[in-house]
Design a protein around this ligand. Structure first.
Ligand code: NAD
Length: 354
């Protein structure tokens, strides 16, 4: 029995609908397992810009920093596309990640047996992998700019990783692998890049503290091929920001709709940010057609990683599995012969299966 303070960023587009679904699921879990989940709304993203002229007002950030963890829907919308960079809804997300020091992004990709038909691979096997992506370093955060080069004006972005940055993300990967199937695949481009050479050395150094975990190095081009050829060979994948960005979307597609995929951004503390991998899907917002499963499974990840409530997280994941096996489908998972449910109806079915 516990009391947990959750900052809730509903955000824009379908964000409010899917977050409310996840809150209803958490409330049911609270009733069933005698926990109290206290939700504190933090206004961020486009909605905050509309109301306060800022995508991440200080008060909203403070709510996140004072919470036990943060649940986010999504931010963004086409009406904000022409705003200056610092006013755009996505700044809120980057700001929360940075201020909370969330350097590890976890993206599980698990193929639900009921959804094998939506998987684009011919024989997918038993896909159950976890991408651990370094989130606040590497080329996205390195020095960048424009200069005159041999071929005229040129843009440049510097990729750099320091030992401590690699060591801490490697530790996250090894520790998660210990709770899973005990294998880490470290993805780099060590045949070409200096950063990758250091990455590989640091990952191997850290590995000596985890002798029970099997470690393999895979070059990023081969990793992309292997993910399509035989994704079931992977357990935990650990990689830098750029490669992780691309490979986590590739892994997501291996298991079907983006409407079912959760994520977590964490650090060495128990506090983190939990959100679906999809965006705000403005064209389907407010119509009760968005798939709530990705956000519901993000709430399950919060229970597992932030609050150490594995039984409760399992209960949500089992309920989603059972609901899909019963033939419940939202529009994005449409399958011939099966009725299409709305966001609310899908949520109710999942709650009833808990
Ligand atoms: P998107 O993920 O919002 O949508 C891509 C496609 O998937 C669309 O066809 C959409 O209808 C569908 N889709 C997404 N989530 C769904 C769900 N739960 N159920 C059913 N269908 C779903 O990506 P986009 O269209 O490239 O971006 C839309 C906005 O979202 C942009 O403003 C973008 O910046 C923002 N965005 C935000 C985040 C975030 O907040 N983390 C992430 C990605 C994109």
């Amino acid at each position: 029995m516990g009391i947990y303070n959750i900052a809730v960023i509903k955000g824009d587009g379908i964000g409010p609908e899917v977050v409310e679904s996840a809150m209803d699921v958490l409330t049911k879990i609270g009733d069933r397992y005698s926990h109290t989940f206290a939700f504190n709304e933090s206004v961020c993203g486009g909605v905050a810009y509309d109301r306060y002229g800022e995508p991440l007002p200080k008060e909203s950030l403070d709510i996140c920093l004072m919470s036990d963890s943060v649940l986010l829907g999504a931010v963004g919308g086409y009406q904000y596309d022409n705003l200056p960079y610092e006013k755009r809804p996505e700044r809120a997300l980057l700001g929360v990640r940075k201020e909370m020091g969330l350097y590890a992004n976890l993206r599980p990709a698990k193929l639900f047996s009921a959804l094998s038909k939506v998987c684009p691979l011919k024989s997918p096997g038993d896909i159950d992998l976890l991408v651990v992506r370094e989130l606040i370093g590497g080329i996205y955060f390195g020095e960048k700019g424009m200069r005159q080069g041999k071929y005229g004006s040129e843009g440049y972005d510097i990729m750099a990783y320091g030992e401590l940055e690699v060591e801490r993300i490697a530790r996250v990967a090894f520790e998660l692998a210990q709770k899973r199937r005990g294998k880490v695949s470290s993805i780099d481009k060590a045949n070409v890049l200096k950063t990758s050479g250091l990455w590989r050395k640091c990952v191997h150094d850290v590995h000596s503290d985890y002798p029970d975990v099997q470690l393999e190095d895979v070059l990023v081009d081969n990793a992309a091929m292997q993910l399509v050829r035989e994704p079931s060979q992977f357990d935990v994948i650990v990689t830098g920001n750029l490669f992780g960005d691309i490979l986590s979307d590739l892994s997501a597609m291996c298991v079907g709709s983006i409407g079912i995929l959760p994520s977590a951004s964490i650090n060495e503390t128990t506090r983190g940010l939990y959100e679906p991998i999809h965006g705000s899907a403005p064209t389907i917002a407010g119509q009760n057609i968005a798939n709530p499963i990705a956000t519901i499974l993000s709430a399950a990840m919060m229970l597992r990683y932030a609050f150490n409530l594995s039984d409760e997280a399992d209960a949500i994941e089992r309920a989603v599995d059972k609901t899909l096996n019963e033939g419940a489908r939202t529009a994005d998972l449409r399958e011939e012969g099966l009725p299409v449910l709305g966001t609310k109806e899908m949520t109710e079915k999942i709650i009833n299966n808990i």
